[in-house]
Design a protein around this ligand. Structure first.
Ligand SMILES: [Mn+2]
Length: 341
């Protein structure tokens, strides 16, 4: 089964899920609202179907998503305690991963026990991907919206409030609170369904976005006062170094959303964060307002992503990676500017 950005036959998908008794749900390391929300959205449905279902992620649940965990459904992968269950499961469903390797050590476990995999994603994947069942919809605003599509087809009852809480979380976070260009009619229709069932959508917003740590604010002050502009301010970039993280006593989730924030500046079309991982590698993260694609630049650096939101991990010192990536980005944007003239 390979629906690689072709219309998904949800009935065929349902046949696979229906025949599986034990199912693991998982998402990428350092999970975001989409991966977590898609997981919990499907989890509650499968639980209702009496499946033996568990959510096992490589990373722990970020604290701003604790409201999704009132039933303690999120587990952090530990091979000693989990492999005994995983080895016999019928299916592993992987959400929002972009690249299979982003579930980290769970890849080894899945391969070791020869587990069937189902990829549910809105990031591009190659046609010769590794998944047993591949479901990709590049125009889905969030993978949570794909879970919604599935539930709409297979349920004879309305989607439960618990499932919608996850789906709303996925959709709200991946659309930047209904602001990004991926926001479509369907997002708003799903939102209406969520309001109708009694979800307090403003509280979800507060949990995620009005819950900053002091470390985050401190780090923000530091990087904002050192922003760099290129190409007359069309391109803005900044660095988050290990040293800055240490001084602010910050964790990596404190950094979420910084690249989006820089893109909000008037005149800035492309923003870039260079986030030092260690002495020999940096994570780079691009955001574009929509005039210039950035996933081609990320791809050139060994990563990928959506046209206007992409990233990569680049080997090298902070200094080397910065100069290389800033140069490549400037050249790429300048070329695109000329092409548009
Ligand atoms: Mn997503």
């Amino acid at each position: 089964m390979n629906f690689n950005n072709t219309p998904i036959d949800w009935d065929a998908v349902h046949n696979v899920i229906k025949n599986a008794t034990s199912i693991m749900l998982t998402t990428h390391e350092n999970p975001d609202g989409d991966g977590l929300g898609a997981e919990s959205g499907l989890y509650y449905h499968l639980k209702e179907q009496n499946k033996d279902v568990r959510i096992i992620n490589y990373s722990p649940l970020p604290r701003e998503y604790k409201y999704l965990n009132s039933d303690n459904i999120f587990e952090c992968y530990d091979n000693e305690s989990h492999d005994d269950w995983i080895k016999d499961i019928d299916l592993a469903i992987v959400f929002d991963v972009g690249d299979f390797l982003r579930i980290r050590t769970l890849v080894n476990t899945i391969e070791k026990y020869d587990i069937e995999t189902m990829n549910i994603d809105h990031h591009p994947h190659p046609d010769d991907n590794v998944f047993t069942y591949n479901l990709v919809n590049l125009s889905a605003a969030a993978t949570g919206c794909m879970v919604y599509d599935y539930l709409k087809v297979v349920r004879d009852k309305p989607i439960s409030k618990n499932s919608l809480l996850g789906i709303y979380t996925a959709m709200m976070t991946d659309t930047g609170c209904f602001r990004y260009s991926n926001t479509d009619n369907k997002c708003h229709e799903i939102a209406i369904e969520c309001l109708n069932i009694g979800i307090e959508t403003h509280k979800i917003y507060q949990h995620i976005y009005e819950n900053s740590t002091r470390s985050r604010i401190k780090l923000m002050g530091e990087f904002l006062s050192n922003l760099k502009y290129e190409l007359d301010g069309t391109f803005a970039w900044f660095i988050i170094s290990n040293e800055m993280m240490k001084v602010a006593n910050a964790t990596r989730s404190d950094v979420d959303g910084f690249t989006d924030m820089v893109r909000t500046i008037s005149g800035v079309e492309v923003s870039l964060m260079i986030f030092q991982q260690n002495d020999s590698s940096c994570r780079i993260n691009f955001r574009s307002k929509g005039r210039y694609s950035v996933n081609d630049i990320a791809k050139e650096m060994g990563g990928g992503g959506h046209a206007f939101a992409a990233g990569a991990v680049v080997n090298g010192s902070l200094k080397d990676v910065s100069s290389k990536v800033v140069k490549a980005t400037s050249i790429s944007i300048e070329k695109k500017m000329t092409d548009l003239l």
